[in-house]
Ligand binder design. Structure first.
Ligand code: ZN
Length: 425
């Protein structure tokens, strides 16, 4: 398999980025291309290195389909055209796509007909980080005898990594864990919204839907919608396409480590970078990000207590259900037949409401290699029965800047998938 050592696309250099009057990066005129790398990836890297393009994602599922999604700044477009690459335009203007996401909305009214949960309009818009914390607090208050707010350590900039723990009739902490993470990659805004939607459905329906009640009576849910709060805030204040955390290091001027290449298991391998400027920078040492320490410690505690039945790291985009492993395309999970059956069934359930197609399969073989990724750690170290990553909508047209009017549908279809999974796993 091809190894994209260090990734050819450098992270955007601050000097090259244009800022508006509020200090936000301007993406007007950036075009997004899906580019076929061809068989000579090294030559491809060399060709694109100087364009200051932004690495969005890549997919090496099959050699003849290997492609990269890149955002090319307007000043580099002539040079990009001159490369004569096989490419397809995904977006003519990233700045316009960002505008289509809509402004960050006001925090909604509480809905007293729904046990004082926030109104469903929470899922019609994107919101500021502080409002996400208010959302969690309000959800918890509406379900106070079966939940508590939890924290999983602190981010590099000192923000508590906040979440919620839900339980059913067996009492707090009495059942195996379902453990969800959202927004480890800062720009993947749909992931926290969907994780919050799942939380909302569990809480809103526990007392009036026997199926939902059975889920919470069988499992303790530990849900952290935004595990990379510093990066998330940075996407809202400064750079919408920021991916990593905001950790600085004395050895480099580059900022940020990919928390999902930093897990201390199969760390420093294919699918992660040693270069601090890369979008997939693995860190200087395994597990050396504060965010990883926080969320890993919580997972370790859950594993040592009642065990982890299901872990899902929620991401976007691409529409994939990814099972172990990421570090190797030949390693096979001991329960791979079960994982295959369940991921296939989950994909079918997701497709029910709107026909949205999710591809499923082992991470490395299906999408790309990911050394130091969460699902491998949780699978092999924490012995989770199911250690998954899910890449939400879409397949590239809007990518990370999914319009706000797709939040509710994304949540609805994910909930269908989870209802199938919780009932069958
Ligand atoms: Zn991601």
């Amino acid at each position: 398999m091809k190894f994209l050592q260090g990734l050819f696309l450098v992270a955007p250099l601050t000097a090259a980025l244009q800022l508006d009057r509020r200090g936000k990066v301007v993406y007007d005129g950036y075009k997004i291309f899906r580019v076929a790398s061809g068989s000579d990836v090294a030559a491809f890297e060399a060709q694109l290195e100087s364009l200051e393009a932004i690495d969005l994602t890549h997919n090496h599922g099959h050699v003849d389909e290997e492609h990269f999604d890149v955002a090319v700044p307007p000043e580099s477009l002539p040079a990009f055209d001159a490369l004569n690459l096989t490419s397809q335009v995904l977006s003519d203007d990233l700045g316009a796509d960002i505008a289509l996401e809509g402004d960050l909305a006001e925090y909604p009214e509480l809905d007293f007909s729904a046990a004082a949960l926030p109104s469903l309009s929470w899922f019609s818009a994107y919101h500021a980080y502080a409002d996400h914390l208010t959302f969690l607090k309000d959800v918890q208050s509406s379900f106070s005898s079966n939940s508590e707010l939890i924290t999983a350590g602190k981010s590099f900039e000192g923000r508590a990594i906040q979440g919620i723990h839900l339980w059913g009739s067996g009492g707090k902490g009495s059942k195996p864990a379902v453990y969800f993470h959202g927004n480890v990659h800062a720009r993947e805004w749909i992931s926290s919204k969907v994780v919050e939607y799942l939380t909302y459905q569990l809480v809103a329906n526990y007392n009036n839907d026997t199926t939902v009640k059975s889920f919470l009576d069988k499992y303790d849910f530990y849900i952290l919608p935004i595990v990379n709060p510093d990066g998330f805030v940075y996407t809202q204040t400064t750079n919408r396409l920021w991916r990593k955390n905001r950790q600085t290091r004395s050895s480099t001027t580059a900022v940020g480590t990919d928390v999902n290449r930093n897990w201390p298991y199969k760390w420093d391998g294919e699918g992660s970078s040693t270069s601090p400027g890369s979008e997939t920078y693995r860190g200087q040492a395994a597990g050396d990000t504060p965010e990883n320490t926080g969320i890993r410690t919580l997972g370790d505690q859950l594993a040592a207590s009642k065990g982890i039945k299901l872990y899902i790291d929620w991401h976007s985009y691409g529409q994939y259900i990814l099972t172990p492993y990421g570090y190797s395309c030949s390693a096979v999970a001991t329960n791979s037949a079960k994982q295959n059956t369940l991921s296939r069934g989950t994909a079918a359930a997701i497709a029910k409401p709107y026909g949205t197609q999710f591809t499923y399969g082992p991470t490395c073989a299906t999408l790309y290699a990911t050394a130091g990724g969460s699902n491998d750690y949780v699978t092999d170290v924490n012995k989770a029965e199911l250690g998954w990553a899910i890449e939400l909508r879409d397949t590239g047209r809007n990518g990370f800047t999914l319009p706000a009017d797709q939040i509710l549908a994304s949540g609805t279809e994910a909930w269908e998938g989870m209802k199938y999974l919780f009932a069958n796993m």
